[in-house]
Design a protein around this ligand. Sequence first.
Ligand code: NAX
Length: 332
Amino acid sequence: AGDPIRVLVTGAAGQIGYALVPMIARGAMLGPDQPVILHLLDIEPCLEALNGVKMELIDAAFPLLKGIIATTDTVEACMGVDIAIMVGGFPRKEGMERKDVMSKNLSIYKAQASALERHAALNCKVLVIANPANTNALILKEFAPSIPPKNITCLTRLDHNRALGQISERLDVQVSDVKNVIIWGNHSSTQYPDVNHATVSTNSGEISIRELVADDKWLKNEFITTVQQRGAAIIKARNLSSALSAASSACDHIRDWVHGTPKGTWVSMGVCSDGSYSIPADLIYSFPVTCEKGEWSIVQGLKIDEFSRDKMDATANELLEEKTIAYSCLNN
Ligand code: NAX
């Protein structure tokens, strides 16, 4: 085992934080031999709860966990971190306008961006989970100009995994045999879950999902809306939003980014657009990516039909709108 890797989790006293930190401490994110030091950040009103989480981490006696910093000081939290998982944010409350949530998160992400830029390790990798995830990541990128844009991503892996899950349930196949679905765009209800290139591995090789699911109507309607609305369905069932699945998908996101995607497999990540597939450059947009040696690259050359094109553009337009709202908040 090498030197410990320092992992920041913001919003660590919240529900995703509570599910995520033990996964990291057990090696689900960085590997079963990789020691870690956890940096946990939350805000003053949650300090006691945060210290409770720290106590439980001590009590669990994780062999890989070499240190815990639990703090409400952003600078202390960001000091020397190699990985930053941004879960903390201001939630949208009933009756609140999107603009108001945006402006609250804007000031949070602006401050945390500067702290990361000044104090994190040189090649720190950032994953934004807090909503609006893509736009929070965009703000972070704008206010941390010295962090390479390729190091700033947002979580759409949960949506990707939800799509795999839906296909696996529908076809009654193992979820581990399904691959190469794509989530395009925003982590919101305009996201486009695309199965046009996805396959199931069977005894007679890889078979395309389009071939296996005879019911094209299901793929074009119910499948898409189920994935788009899954977050809301979880809230309805649990009275709380997704936490264990979000935490697990965050581990998948970082693990694949750091250790690479398996050969022939891609995953979905919200990354800075380079104009691929005619998506406006510099938006944080979810693309199919492969990862190697700690770097992601957008899968090129996929054929896009008209149905997909419309949906990819619609979710890009929503992101452009969010960007405009964010900038108008900035100027006020
Ligand atoms: P919780 O409200 O349980 O936890 C959020 C925590 O963040 C709280 O402890 C809060 O005190 C803290 N916090 C607030 N402002 C902070 C700041 N300035 N610095 C540090 N900490 C701060 O929410 P939870 O269910 O854990 O969800 C966290 C975020 O993830 C939400 O924004 C949620 O919308 C988002 N999600 C994103 C998903 C994705 O796939 N991208 C899926 C799951 C989740 O809905």
